[in-house]
Design a binder for this molecule. Structure first.
Ligand code: HEM
Ligand code: FE2
Length: 341
C-alpha cells in the first residue's frame, strides 16, 4: 500500500516556503518582479502543492493498483524531476548572478530556455514510468523520448558552472564564496552523473522493462537526488553563513566543509558500486526468470557481501552530513570562533 501524506515532510515543506516568501516580501516588489527570484518562489510553492496533490489517499476511495501507482509516480517524477528541477535552475541562476559571475540578462535567458526543456521533459517524461503500472503502450515512446531530453538542462548547468569557474580563475580575483561554489559545482557534476548517466542507463524501455524497481535504480535515484538538490541546499546554507561572516568580519575556515564535501561525494559514488553490481544481477534474473523472481529475497541473498559492503559508503555519507551540521553550527552560532580577521 502506498503512503499517504507524511505530516513531518509536509511541515518541512511549509517551513521551507515561509522564509523564501518572507525574504522576497521584505525586499519589496523589485525582487519579486525579478524572474530569477520569481522562479525560486513559484518553484517552492509548486514543490509543496504537488507533494500534497500526489500523496492524496486516493486508494481509500478507489483501491486500484494502477490508480495508486499513477499518483506515486507523480510524486517521484513530477515532484522530483519537474518542480525541484525548476527550483534548482532558479537557484543556480541566482547564485551565478549574485556572485557576479554572469550578467543578469544571460542568466535569465539561459534559465528560461532550461525551464522550457524542464517543462517538456518533466511533464511528458513522466511517461517512462506509466507503462509499468498498466497504462497504454504509447507512453513508452512518449516517456522514453522526452525523458531522454532531461539531462540536457542539467548538462547546460554544468557547462555554465565550469565556464564561470574558469572565468573567475582567469580574473585572478580571490573568491570569497569559493566554499559555496564548491557545492554548486559538485551539484552540477553529481546531477550529471546521477540523473544524466545513471538515469540514461535505465531509461531505455527495453532495459527498464527488466530493471524496473531493482537495485539498478538505486545509484540513479540517490546520486541524482543528493547531487542535484541536496548539494544546492547545502550551498544555500553556506551562502548564508559566508554572507554573515563577511558582514560581521568573522574568520572563515573552509577546511571542514571540504572534508565534508569529499566524504559525502566519494561516499555516494562508492555507494553506486555495490548497488550497481546487485542491480545487474537482479535485472539478469528478471530477464531469465521473470520480474517476480528478481524481487525475491533469495535472489539477493547470494549477494549479501555486497550489501554489507555498503557499510563503508553509508558511514562516509553519515560522517559527511554530521561534519556539515557541526561546521555550520560553529560558523553560524558559536561566538568562540568569531575572531575578527
Ligand atoms: C535530478 C533529477 C532526477 C531525480 C531526482 C530522479 C529520481 C528518481 C528516483 C528517486 C527514482 C526511483 C523511484 C522508485 O523506484 O520508487 C527514479 C526512477 C527513474 N528515473 Fe529518475 N530522477 C531524475 C532524473 C532522471 C533522468 C534524467 C532520467 C532519464 C534519462 C530518469 C529516468 C528514470 C527511470 C527510467 C526511472 C524508473 C526506474 C524503474 O522503472 O524502477 N530520471 N528517478
Ligand atoms: Fe522519471
Amino acid at each position: 500500500m502506498r503512503l499517504s501524506i507524511s505530516p513531518s515532510l509536509l511541515f518541512g515543506l511549509l517551513i521551507f516556503i515561509v522564509p523564501i516568501h518572507g525574504a522576497a516580501e521584505r525586499s519589496g516588489r523589485a525582487a519579486t518582479n525579478n524572474p530569477l527570484v520569481g522562479t525560486i518562489i513559484w518553484a517552492s510553492f509548486a514543490i509543496a502543492t504537488l507533494y500534497i496533490a500526489g500523496m492524496m489517499p486516493i486508494q481509500k476511495i478507489m483501491p486500484n493498483y494502477t490508480v495508486d501507482d499513477y499518483y506515486r509516480w507523480w510524486v517521484i517524477h513530477l515532484w522530483g524531476e519537474l518542480t525541484f528541477e525548476m527550483f534548482a535552475v532558479g537557484v543556480i541562476a541566482f547564485f551565478t548572478v549574485s556572485l557576479g559571475l554572469i550578467s543578469h540578462k544571460t542568466a535569465v535567458r539561459t534559465m528560461v530556455f532550461e525551464l522550457f526543456l524542464i517543462m517538456l521533459s518533466g511533464t511528458l517524461g513522466v511517461g517512462h514510468h506509466y507503462w509499468f503500472q498498466g497504462l497504454d503502450e504509447y507512453w513508452i515512446a512518449i516517456g522514453g523520448i522526452f525523458s531522454a531530453l532531461e539531462p540536457l538542462p542539467l548538462a547546460l548547468m554544468i557547462v555554465e558552472a565550469m565556464k564561470n569557474q574558469r572565468e573567475q580563475r582567469l580574473e585572478g580575483k580571490p573568491n570569497e564564496f569559493s566554499t559555496v561554489f564548491m557545492w554548486v559545482t559538485g551539484s552540477a557534476i553529481l546531477n550529471w552523473i546521477g540523473a544524466g548517466f545513471f538515469g540514461m542507463v535505465i531509461n531505455t524501455p527495453t532495459i527498464d522493462y527488466y530493471a524496473h524497481g531493482t537495485y539498478l535504480v538505486m545509484p540513479h535515484g540517490h546520486i541524482a537526488l543528493l547531487g542535484a538538490f541536496g548539494y544546492i541546499s547545502i550551498a544555500f546554507l553556506y551562502m548564508t553563513a559566508r554572507a554573515q561572516s563577511l558582514a560581521k568580519g568573522l574568520k572563515w575556515d573552509p577546511k571542514l566543509s571540504k572534508w565534508a564535501f569529499w566524504f559525502l561525494t566519494l561516499g555516494v559514488l562508492i555507494f553506486a558500486i555495490p548497488t550497481y553490481i546487485v542491480g545487474i544481477d537482479q535485472a539478469q534474473t528478471a530477464f531469465e526468470k521473470g520480474y517476480y523472481f528478481a524481487r525475491l529475497r533469495e535472489t539477493i541473498e547470494p549477494m549479501k557481501n555486497w550489501l554489507w559492503f555498503r557499510l563503508l559508503p553509508d558511514t562516509m555519507m553519515i560522517i559527511g552530513g554530521l561534519l556539515i551540521f557541526y561546521d555550520l553550527w560553529v560558523k553560524m552560532f558559536t561566538k568562540k570562533k568569531a575572531i575578527t580577521a
